[in-house]
Every structure is written in C-alpha cells, then in structure tokens.
Design a protein. Structure first.
Lengths: 363, 234
C-alpha cells in the first residue's frame, strides 16, 4: 500500500497571524513538502492544478520535474490534472516527458475542475464537463498506446497521422487514476478502462464514499478487468496531529474555523463526526485511517492533505515527520494484516517495480 | 367504503418555513395537509403525511451551503422530499418574496428532484397586499424546478384568520379546500415515481452520450522505430 501527501497549492493567510505566504514562498514550500515526504519514507507526492488565484500550481509537470531531479524514490502524481480544460495532446506529451525524466516514477490523477470561469478561459464550457472528461481521456488513452493516431471528436480539433512524443517510457503509459467526489459517471469511466479510482474523501460522509467506490468496483468487474476486490482504489484524508487530542484540537481550531472550504460552517467537532477529517493524536489518526478499509475494502493508496487552511510550513513539516515516524509504519503493518494476497498493489512502472524488488532482496 | 388494507398509499411532505412557535405559516400548512389528506381519502388513497419545519434545519442548511454536503439529519429531509408523491410548500412573505430560509432549502434540493412532482404553494403575510408574491416569486421558483404546481396558490393574510371561512371573494377555508382538491387530484393521477439511484444504475460507459469518435478498427498501428524494447513489434 502507498502513502503520500497531496497539496492543493492554495495561498491562504495564516488566520492566527494574518500573514499569507508570497507565491514564491508557497511554491518553494510545496517543493520542500515533497522532499520531506520522501525523506520520511512516504511513497507519493501529488500536486494540484489550478489556473486562478489564490492557487499557485498552474504547471504541475514543471514542478514535478524539478522535484523528480531532487528525489530518488518518490512517486510523483497530481491531484488533479484537469482533463477537461487541458488539451489531451499536451497532457500526453507533458506527462510522457516527465515520466522519462523521473525514470518512470510518475502517475496522474484526472479530474474535471469545478471553477466555472476556467472553462471559458481555456475555450471550453463547464456544461460539457463529463463529455470533455470522456472524449479527452479517450484520446489521451490512445495517444499513449498507439504510435500513430487518426482521431476525430466533437470537442477538439481532429488529428491525422499524429504521433505524441516522447512515447511513454519503455512503451508503458503512466498509470491513471480518475478522481471524482460526486459523479458516478467518472467511477464508471475508471471502471471501463480498468484504471484507478480516487475519492478525495475529505468533504463527504463515509456512506457517499462507500457508494462511489462500490460502484467503481462493481463496474470494474463488469468490464472484465478482474474481481471487484482487485480494482485500484485511492483515498484522500485530512489530519492534524499533536501528542494528545486536546492539544491538536486547540491548535487546529482557528485554522478550521477560517478555512476557505468550511470556515463559518459546522463546528470542528461536527465536521469530524460527519467526514473523515481527523484532528487528534497519532493513535486517533491511525484508528480512523484503518477504518477507511471498512468503508471501501482493501485499497492501494492513501494520500493526506496537510498544507491547507494557512498552516505555516514548519507545522506542515512537523506533521509529515509525525506521519513518517508514528503513523504510516503502523498503518503499513496493520493494513498488510489480513489483506488477501491476491489484492494487487497500485501499478508501478516496470523500471520502478524492478528497482523496488532489487532494494527488497537481501544483499 | 374502501378497504383500508388494500387502498393505495401516497406520501405527502409539507415543508414550512415559519419561524414562530406557534406559527401562522405552520397553521396554514397543517390546514392544507389535512384538507389534502381528506380529498385523497375521498379518492380511496391513504396519505402518509410528514411535516418539515425548516427552522429545525436552519443551521444545517447554512452548513450545507458552505461545505457542499448535508448533515445526516438534513439528508433525511431531502430524501423525504425527493421521494414524496406530493409536496406542500409554505413560506412567510418577507420583503415581497419567500423567506431566505425557504429559498435556502430549495437551493440545496437537487435540480431535477422536484420535476413533475405535484406541488401546492402557499404563503402567509401580515397584509393581503403581498398576496401576489405567490404568483411573482414562489410560482416561478417551482416552474424553474419543473414541479407540477396546482393552479390555486393559497395566501393567508393576518386578517384571513378572522373571516370565519366566508368572504366576498372566497374565504380562506374555501381557497384551502380548492387547492387541496387540486393537489389530491394531481397526486392521484400520477404513479408513484421511485427516486433514481445513480449509484445503483449507472449510465453504462458504452451507452453514454459521448461525442462521436472514430475508432481504429484494425487495432493500433505501430511505427517500428517507435516500438518499445521487447514489445515484439518488428
């Protein structure tokens, strides 16, 4: 099972000081976070993609390419890559290039994006969201698997005798996760292709997450990719930890109360009860995260959102240290416990898989 | 007499945005519900009536607006409205329109959730001068939601409660009865509509309304110079 950190890349003032990082500071902070994720032994760093303030990561492959050069084991991913407003040809090129530079340590998560104006800024229409996700990915999927593509759709200019370069590293396309919070169409799409399905799991009651993942698993089997239990599932999660839970809640409350996504709404306590947000001791985070398996079955990837709501970088880095020292080692052991041997791991590029095997084998 | 055991049954949900306790909006809602129940019974239909006081959900409605998802308690109310065979929606008139609380609720009910649903709209106010707010504010809202709104909307001004049910232009009691009759007829005329579950019955990917695209009939073409090592392509 893989564990990692994903960043939305928002520039949010720290509500306890009123100070917001500059774009330069925030971009460097994301890089520092990624390096820390590798340092503490976690597996994945994923960057968001946004094209409007107050966010900085408009160009994820630039950032991930830089991180790739400064890391050795870390898998670089996205949360999410906008399949609607990006040209699928450019996604095919950018992520294949990144895959080469990173020696295969790349996968990506596709999402639609829910910011209305971004669509027209890129010549699209949000009302075509699902159709764009379907058509664009249909093309992307072919561009990575067929050397020469003739293609005609409704939402992009046709292609004749087009070859996307570079070709995927060793002919193996980056693994794709499809992320969606509320659209069964996207779970269906992930199942159709036998790709991964990621539920960000941080805004929704558990029952909703369960139903989305159940749908994906059921349809994965329907489309002949293997039994439902072999479908590739990823979840988000949101945590804040201190040695004891009172301390964690006291320190996190001002950030919660002013966070752009839930500030002014429910109390921290209600929100924790109704969603997977966990603010407490490392043991509480362990218990809550292990509980996700009861909701979605044995799954392959757990990403945590830590650098949001204006939390300053030093605190975020402390959180990653705690994950690496106190939480993830226990989660690895406990999730492995009772996991049927036939449940697959998230696919790795063959080069990465080979180097992992080499590491694991006794010298 | 209809045999109760075999008589068909329909659910009627009453949404009231009254704020006071007691509330004249609730009073009107209860009278409309009772009259509708009576007309349904006359048609041999058992009504299961559920009354929702939006005041009880005001905090959850605000939270839903801010976080994008309902609390379990609010979800149960939304589910009841979606599943209902008929709806009675009653708001006080504030500043020439429905109240903010009333609108908040219908803002978070999904867009197609009320499509075709037999609906009776009603309102209360301090003075009869606001009675047309039903027609210029509430009716367009439900038209947008594609609800099937019965012709008679019922407005009760403070003074209507003192007419004893008889007035030159048709008293409140008569208007309640007429509207309830129309709603009961609309409910009786419509089959129960099960709520579609997008998770249970997904639109199959192959059958989805996808933009047309060409497929490579003979499978992928491979350029030998681009073939990956070990792929077997000559």
């Amino acid at each position: 099972m893989q564990f990692g950190v994903f960043s939305v890349g928002d520039v949010t003032p720290d509500p306890t000081t009123g100070r917001a990082p500059t774009e330069a500071e925030r971009i460097q902070a994301m890089v520092t976070i990624a390096l820390k994720v590798e340092e503490v032994g976690l597996d994945v760093f994923a960057s968001g993609e946004h094209h409007n303030p107050p966010f900085v990561p408009s160009s994820p492959t630039t950032m991930l390419g830089y991180i790739a050069a400064r890391t050795e084991r870390l898998i670089l991913s996205t949360a999410t890559t906008l399949i609607t407003t990006n040209d699928p040809v450019k996604i095919a090129e950018d992520y294949a290039m990144l895959q080469h530079l990173a020696g295969g340590r790349v996968d990506l998560m596709l999402g639609r994006g829910n910011t209305g104006p971004v669509y027209p800024w890129f010549g699209q229409d949000i009302r075509n969201g699902i159709a764009l996700a379907y058509e664009h990915y249909g093309l992307l999927h072919r561009l990575w698997r067929e050397d020469v593509v003739d293609w005609e759709g409704k939402l992009r200019t046709p292609l004749t005798a087009f070859t996307a370069v570079p070709r995927p590293l060793d002919g193996v396309p980056p693994f794709v996760w499809h992320g969606s919070i509320r659209s069964p169409e996207i779970a269906e799409q992930a199942a159709y292709y036998g790709d991964g399905f990621f539920h960000n799991n941080i805004f929704w009651p558990a029952d909703h997450v369960r139903r989305m993942v159940d749908l994906y698993r059921r349809r994965f089997e329907h489309y002949g990719h293997g039994p439902a239990s072999h479908a590739i599932v990823g979840l988000g999660g949101q945590v804040f930890m201190r040695d004891n839970s009172q301390e964690a809640i006291r320190e996190f409350r001002p950030y919660f109360d002013h966070a752009p996504v839930y500030g002014g709404g429910p109390s921290l306590e209600d929100y924790m009860e109704q969603t997977p947000l966990t603010v407490g001791s490392p043991q509480q985070v362990i218990d809550r995260t292990l509980g996700f398996r009861d909701v979605v079955g044995n799954y392959q990837r757990q990403l945590f959102l830590l650098d949001h709501a204006g939390l300053p970088l030093p605190i975020v880095l402390e959180q990653i240290d705690m994950l690496g020292e106190l939480v993830v080692p226990v989660l690895r052991r406990e999730f492995a416990n009772g996991r049927p041997t036939d449940v697959p791991d998230a696919p790795l590029h063959p080069r990465v898989a080979a180097s992992r095997e080499l590491e694991a084998s006794p010298a | 007499m209809t045999d109760r055991a075999s008589s068909p049954s329909r659910s009627l949900v009453v949404v009231t945005a009254g704020l006071g306790v007691p509330s004249s909006t609730r009073l009107l809602a209860d009278r409309l519900a009772a009259a509708t129940e009576r007309h349904l019974a006359d048609a041999g239909i058992d009504a299961r009536v559920e009354v929702v006081e939006l005041r009880d959900h005001a905090q959850d409605l605000t939270n839903h607006l801010l976080t994008g998802f309902p609390s379990p308690k609010l979800q149960a109310v939304i589910d009841a409205v979606l599943a209902a065979d008929g709806l009675i929606a009653v708001s006080p008139i504030f500043s020439a329109s429905y109240s903010g609380l009333f609108k908040l609720f219908f803002d978070v009910v999904e867009r197609d959730g009320l499509a075709g649903k037999p609906t009776l709209i009603a309102a209360t106010g301090g003075t009869p001068r606001h009675s047309l707010a039903i027609e210029h504010a509430i009716r367009p809202l439900f038209a947008y939601l594609n609800a099937t709104v019965v012709a008679t909307g019922v407005y009760a001004a403070a003074e209507d409660w003192g007419t004893g049910g008889v007035a030159a232009d048709g008293g409140l009691v008569e208007r309640i009865d007429r509207a309830a009759d129309e709603l009961a007829a609309a409910i009786a005329a419509r089959e129960h509509q099960p709520v579609a579950d997008p998770f249970a019955d997904p639109v199959p990917f192959e059958g989805a309304a996808l933009p047309a695209r060409t497929r490579t009939e003979a499978g992928p073409r491979t350029r030998p110079d681009l073939a990956p090592p070990g792929s077997g392509a000559a």
